[in-house]
Design a protein around this ligand. Structure first.
Ligand SMILES: [Mg+2]
Length: 475
């Protein structure tokens, strides 16, 4: 069954694939999708988008010699509502206790607060504003603190609704990753850092209220950054503090269990077998803990090689050496040669490709699957020429009732995924014309598919063709 959603958006599709249904359906007149999966098509056009062999490129897992996975929010899914509440409370408490911000930061989260938080927003540190931009860098929606600005207000602050910093950001996201621009702007990219946007907004509100006017310049972000560095310290896993210690103490509250049996048996049946790798930014002790909990004790057998604490996106662009991991602990011993079945930390993409060659893949075609649109999608694709699949749970929140059993479990998280204030994650809702959000554009340009969960594509036959985004953002 295929249903259309006539979104005002141009020439892009997203899909949510239900692996339990076998379908072979006509999509539009004359267009047939040859898969046995349910594909829910969201048209970005005022016209019904027509999938044809002419304008879609086919994507098959069988075309890849090496398939890699991110871990957090990709192979291991979190209870997003519980995770973001915990992160918000921890960061707000840090700000009040250690940096003497107003206790108003600690007020319980309301539905409006949950609605306020969305992935992909940009924080303008100095002005105290939060921005949503289109693929061309134009600022389409903005808040000062938690207060929504109208179009006139936006234009008064940002001439022609543009800001030179976001223009640079749009041209190359990495320009704002480190260096001077990272002191002016930050995009909240995943469920680990999204709560920082609300803490930032509440701190702006509190300062404005205290001084009875907006400030010329805010200096809140360095305090938030300190709080996040504290919260995400890898040392906290052992000491039961911070985010990792908290999840370790209450895994059932924060982690979903994944059916890894299906994934493992699927991998065992594939001939010829691709090289499989796990590439995660998380530290090895935390990786071992959450993977054991969510994927089961056999989780290491899924992968030919495991790289932890990979320091993405630099993993794909820099040349840091791989370091040995001994008895589930990091060391500073530089690995001499990567071996199948082992775990390493740090490292680099070039070295990993060398390992693929030792596995008999001379000129390997690689696919990486992840949720972070900078670390897992943009950089691997733009700088390492690796194909990618975006895992974006927001597809579910914008389903308008059309998803079936795969999506129904996630209703509790929908308030976190969906935002009435900011509108769609994928496209701009305030325009008559059809315009991608910046992140909708990145998905189209730098990934082959966009799915809400890895199970939606894995465990299907390797040689099944999926209609994919045409790289270049044209599809
Ligand atoms: Mg992730």
């Amino acid at each position: 069954m295929i249903r259309y959603l006539r979104y005002s958006y141009c020439n892009t599709i997203k899909w949510c694939v239900n692996i339990h249904t076998s379908v072979h359906k006509q999509i539009t007149s004359g267009a047939v999708l040859l898969t046995n999966i349910t594909v829910h098509v969201k048209s970005y056009s005022s016209k019904v988008y027509c999938i044809t062999e002419h304008n879609m490129s086919a994507f098959k897992l069988a075309d890849y010699d090496c398939i890699g996975f991110d871990l957090d929010n990709t192979l291991v899914r979190y209870n997003i509502a519980n995770l973001m509440h915990m992160e918000f409370n921890m960061l707000a408490t840090f700000m009040v206790d250690n940096r003497r911000y107003s206790k108003k930061l600690l007020e319980p989260l309301t539905d409006n607060d949950l609605d306020f938080m969305q992935k992909g927003l940009l924080l303008d540190f100095e002005r105290g504003n939060i921005l949503k931009i289109g693929s061309d860098g134009v600022i389409h929606r903005a808040c000062h603190g938690t207060h929504l600005l109208n179009k006139d207000q936006i234009q008064k602050i940002y001439s022609e609704q543009r800001w030179e910093v976001t223009d640079i950001f749009c041209n190359n996201v990495l320009d704002a990753w480190n260096g001077p621009l990272s002191e002016k702007v930050r995009s909240v990219l995943d469920y680990f850092d999204v709560p920082a946007s609300l803490v930032f907004a509440r701190a702006v509100d509190a300062l404005d209220e205290e001084h009875e006017s907006c400030q010329d310049k805010y200096n809140i972000w360095p305090d938030i950054l300190d709080g996040m560095i504290y919260m995400f310290s890898i040392d906290h896993f052992e000491s039961d503090k911070g985010i990792f210690g908290h999840i370790k103490q209450n895994p059932e509250k924060y982690l979903h269990k994944t059916d890894s049996t299906a994934l493992i048996s699927w991998l065992q049946q594939i001939k010829p077998k691709p090289v499989t790798f796990l590439l995660t930014g998380s530290n090895v002790d935390y990786v071992n803990f959450i993977a054991n909990y969510a994927l089961g004790e056999e989780w290491q057998f899924i992968f030919d090689i495991i790289v932890c604490y990979a320091k993405k996106p630099g993993f794909f662009t820099a040349n840091r050496p791989f370091l040995d991991v001994i008895q589930n602990k990091n060391t500073d011993i530089i690995s001499q040669q990567l071996e199948r079945g082992k775990i390493y930390s740090e490292g680099n993409w070039k070295g990993l490709r060398e390992f693929f060659r030792t596995m008999g893949k001379e000129n390997p075609r690689c696919l990486y699957i992840g949720d972070n649109l900078v670390q897992d999608i943009y950089v691997p694709n733009a700088f390492a020429y690796c194909d990618t699949i975006s895992v974006v749970e927001e597809i579910i929140s914008e389903k308008h009732g059309y998803c079936t059993n795969l999506c129904s479990e996630q209703n509790l998280d929908e308030k976190m995924l969906n935002s009435k204030l900011w509108g769609s994650y994928f496209y701009l809702t305030d325009l008559k014309a059809n315009v991608d959000t910046f992140w909708g554009h990145i998905i189209k340009k730098h990934s082959k598919l966009c799915i809400s969960r890895v199970e939606e594509i894995l465990t299907t036959a390797m040689d099944k063709p999926f209609p994919s985004f045409d790289n270049g953002g044209k599809s």
